[in-house]
Design a protein around this ligand. Structure first.
Ligand code: LMR
Length: 334
């Protein structure tokens, strides 16, 4: 009797150990945008690929729309290990104290995705990601979103139209300077609070790629949208370094492969997602869309490009110069 009880107990113990051994490794992936955006879709895609390539040994739980953390809290949660993976916008690395990333926020520094990819897939991008390691963060990839356009409740055609407008920006010294250069009043706030701030008039306008504007319904509370495409917004996919390096090598390799696939996917869909969001904003008829004339575009560019030299000390002249070299941009030739 006693022996059989012992055997039953032993059997139960072995079974629960086996169950424990089969528990998947959970990766919490937090982000602030809608599921229906380039980042939202790419995060889901990565979760699917991670499960496939590790044969279910890894479960990526994606928390979209700031459901887990808001902008500022995310980074701290990653460093503490409360969340394992994030894809913050590149503007978020300035406040973290990592020099150089803010080069991506400079207005008009990239003339389209091709220019941008020279940086994100080249040596400059690689060296920027390496700068995260002392912060306990490992950079895995750059994911695209797109080019930001300005919106407000009043028409935005000339630089003078921004004078005195309260414009919501991400927390960024570069973006702050950008708004000041056209006479606006920069207002920093978390992404999750923007819709309400626009709706209640706490701020007058904002900037974002159209995929973010549309999925947050910002166009419903902005009377005017001007397709300025004056600056880039994209992401670095990052992980808690200790967690990542502690994974079994074969699993980490499978996750690296899943990330390569998700990055290809993210960067393939980004432009189309923004184009289709613009179509939907047009169809909604809720905001007046203005495409700047060549002259209007040049006037805004001339007003904003001096931000580059003003931010030289903060970003690093060497980083700005290496971007100019890769893309051929010359601020003196406007
Ligand atoms: C914003 O706050 O405007 C962006 O960082 C949101 C995002 O992550 O795309």
């Amino acid at each position: 009797m006693k022996v059989s009880k012992l055997l039953v107990g032993l059997f139960a113990g072995v079974m629960s150990l086996a169950a424990y051994a089969q528990e998947p490794i959970v990766i919490k992936f937090s982000h602030v945008v809608s599921v229906d955006t380039p980042k939202g879709k790419a995060a889901e895609y990565f979760a699917k690929k991670a499960s496939e390539l590790t044969a279910g040994k890894v479960k990526v739980e994606v928390y979209a729309n700031s459901t887990l953390y808001k902008d500022k809290e995310e980074m701290e949660a990653l460093q503490l290990g409360a969340v394992q993976m994030l894809a913050p916008s590149l503007a978020k690395f300035g406040p973290l104290g990592v020099k150089g990333f803010e080069v991506f926020d400079l207005p008009y520094i990239f003339d389209g995705y091709a220019d941008l990819h020279k940086i994100t897939t080249g040596p400059v991008g690689k060296s920027l990601l390496a700068k995260l390691e002392p912060k306990g963060i490992q950079g895995l990839a750059f994911w695209d979103n797109g080019f930001k356009s300005f919106s407000a409740n009043t028409p935005l055609k000339t630089p003078a139209d921004y004078k005195g407008l309260k414009m919501r920006i991400q927390s960024s010294k570069v973006l702050e300077q950008q708004i000041r250069s056209i006479g606006g009043l920069p207002q920093m706030m978390a992404f999750s609070e923007v819709y309400q701030a626009l709706q209640t008039g706490v701020v007058d306008g904002t900037e974002n790629p159209i995929s973010n504007l549309y999925t947050q319904k910002m166009h419903e509370v902005q009377k005017h949208l001007t397709l300025t495409e004056h600056g880039y917004l994209g992401y670095a996919v990052i992980v808690n370094k200790k967690f990542w390096n502690g994974l079994p090598a074969d699993i980490r390799k499978q996750l690296d492969d899943a990330m390569v696939q998700a990055t290809t996917y993210a960067n393939e869909i980004a432009k189309a997602e923004n184009d289709s969001a613009l179509e939907k904003v047009k169809q909604s008829g809720k905001t007046t869309i203005h495409t700047p004339t060549k002259e209007e575009r040049l006037a805004l560019k001339k007003a904003l490009v001096p931000v580059h030299s003003k931010m030289e000390d903060r970003i690093g002249k060497d980083v700005i110069q290496s971007v100019y070299q890769e893309t051929g941009f010359d601020p003196s030739k406007l």
